[in-house]
Ligand binder design. Structure first.
Ligand code: NAD
Length: 501
């Protein structure tokens, strides 16, 4: 059944009326249509209902946005840190004040259950702005005792370093957790004194546009944040290759990350890449199964598995394998699928028809290679893009379903016999984003957290998120870190000053 837009919150309807009509580019503080006037539809994935039209920015719009960001950059970097901090804190307050509207927009556009945005992701975005409001006032260099053997009479050698904003940043973000992933780029960049051109994902532009309105309301000067909506291969590619962009902060798939890296060569832009993952969840024989079973299930089925750090490979010690697999299968079968706006929905659709078909393709190929689906494994529902929570067994380590990121509610389970074997299996991946180990044993917790090659290892939990904790990957999961004070390094250059005084 199509979604009745009249049932939405009044503020959501007002936002859709004023912003999702194709005048959705923010350039130099003004909301404008694209130069070509072209737009594309954004839809509710649970029903297929069109929510509005999004402006499709072309190369000339991208050029204008980069120009505005360049013109504003020196002035923004020259504001005293406490002023940048004040505005960032105000942005956090405004997100919080509008959280119900933002959560509804996120559910409509992306499909996630309302509680995911309302209680997990959007509070996460608020915390990003508050954390980096603090970081804005911690930027510092060093003084260096010089060994240079050059001392003109009566003079001294002095050396020091300062940190300066990188400049104009292109932030390119994906559709799975739009608002919080956008905040993870914008907050540290603004704290450091950079200006930005943001390119939201084409499937989920709405919350970024509402966030941009709130950021202007918070007092961000014109040109400091610019937003260009549009398709990846056009708007995104024009931005990534633009010669007046100093840095690309990218989150998305490993394949697109490669294209972005290529485009960055035009002027040797700085690049940070938060890419894909195929993260292992490992259940040791001494794990507390009452915690571990729902824990590993939630690690994959939360947000329909559309989470970069999702625990999509499950390794279970053979002594508890059957009990765990049975428990996860029951958990999967018990999840209530539905429209994200329904209060009892535990899992929503995947983001788009294109993505649902991609996930189905993985499942079909796994079946044809001999895998068994202990739960789920199919499209469901009369409308929308729902995939049943899936548990796959009878797999071999070299199968596609074990190696490739599906980015859907699909968990692949395998048994192991000893700790060395499971460490090797966990590390047998092109990716290295995250992992979780479920054990009551201190020695295994330490040993495995050190031996597993991943940017983050959780013990007895998965996907715990804190703006103070850096997140990012090794191997083909990317370069650099978002969150934490480490994220400030993405947006600051070192300058060395050496003086005879
Ligand atoms: P995607 O790579 O298809 O798109 C990401 C963004 O890049 C979108 O805004 C898209 O429009 C843009 N884009 C596409 N082609 C481009 C091009 N040629 N030049 C410039 N920009 C281009 O990714 P997605 O499908 O939107 O997101 C899912 C992926 O994101 C998954 O692989 C997931 O693991 C990853 N992800 C990683 C993290 C992390 O922190 N490591 C977080 C969330 C998502």
């Amino acid at each position: 059944m199509p979604l009745d837009l009249a049932t939405l919150r009044p503020d959501t309807r007002q936002f859709l009326a004023r912003r999702a009509q194709g005048e959705g580019l923010l350039i130099d503080g003004q909301w404008v249509a694209s130069a070509s006037g072209q737009t594309f539809a954004t839809t509710d994935p649970a029903t297929g209902t069109e929510l509005g039209r999004i402006a499709a920015a072309g190369a000339s719009d991208v050029d204008a946005a980069v120009g505005a960001a360049r013109a504003a950059q020196a002035g923004w970097a020259a504001t005293v840190p406490v002023e940048r901090s004040r505005i960032l804190w105000k942005i956090a307050d405004l997100i919080e004040a509008n959280i119900d509207e933002l959560a509804e927009l996120e559910t409509l556009d992306q499909g996630k259950p309302l509680f995911v945005g309302r209680w997990a992701e959007i509070p996460g975005a608020v915390n990003q702005f508050r954390f980096f409001a603090g970081q804005a006032m911690t930027i510092e260099g060093n003084t260096i005792e010089s060994s240079i053997n050059y001392q003109p009479a009566g003079k001294q050698m002095r050396s020091w370093t300062t940190r300066e904003a990188v400049g104009v940043v292109a932030a390119i973000v994906p559709w799975n957790s739009p608002l919080v992933l956008t905040a993870m780029k914008l907050a540290p960049a603004l704290a450091a004194g950079c200006t930005l051109v943001l390119k939201p994902a084409e499937d989920t532009s709405l919350s970024a546009l509402r966030l941009a309105e709130l950021m202007m309301e918070a007092g961000l000067p014109a040109g400091v944040l610019n937003v260009v909506t549009g398709l990846g291969g056009e708007t995104g590619a024009a931005l990534a290759s633009h010669k007046d962009v100093d840095k690309i902060a990218f989150t998305g798939s490993t394949a697109t990350g490669r294209a972005v890296l290529d485009a960055a060569k035009t002027n040797f832009k700085r690049v940070t890449l938060e890419l894909g993952g195929k993260s292992p969840s490992i259940i040791m024989p001494d794990a507390d199964l009452a915690q571990a079973i729902p824990g590993v299930a939630n690690a994959i089925y939360f947000n329909s598995g559309q989470v970069c750090i999702a625990g999509s490979r499950l390794y279970v010690h053979r002594s508890v394998h059957d009990e765990v697999v049975e428990g996860v299968a029951q958990y999967a079968k018990g999840l209530k699928l539905g429209h994200g706006l329904q209060a009892d929905t535990q899992m929503g659709p995947v983001v788009s028809l294109r993505h649902a078909e991609r996930v189905e393709g993985f499942l079909e190929r796994a079946r044809s290679q001999g895998a068994t689906m202990l739960a789920g494994g199919e499209r469901t529902g009369e409308a929308g893009t729902f995939i049943t929570p899936t548990l796959v067994v009878d797999v071999k380590p070299d199968m596609e379903i074990v190696r490739e990121e599906v980015f859907g509610p699909v968990l692949v389970a395998q048994a192991f016999d000893d700790v060395e074997e499971v460490i090797a299996a966990a590390n047998d991946s092109e990716y290295g984003l995250a992992a979780s180990v479920w054990t009551e044993g201190l020695s295994n917790a330490h040993r495995m957290s050190s031996a597993i090659k991943a940017g983050t290892v959780w013990i007895n939990c998965h996907a715990m998120y804190d703006p103070a904790l850096a997140i990012g990957g090794v191997k083909q999961s990317g370069w650099g870190r978002d969150s934490g004070k480490q994220a400030m390094d993405n947006y600051l250059e070192w300058k060395t000053v050496c003086a005879v005084v």
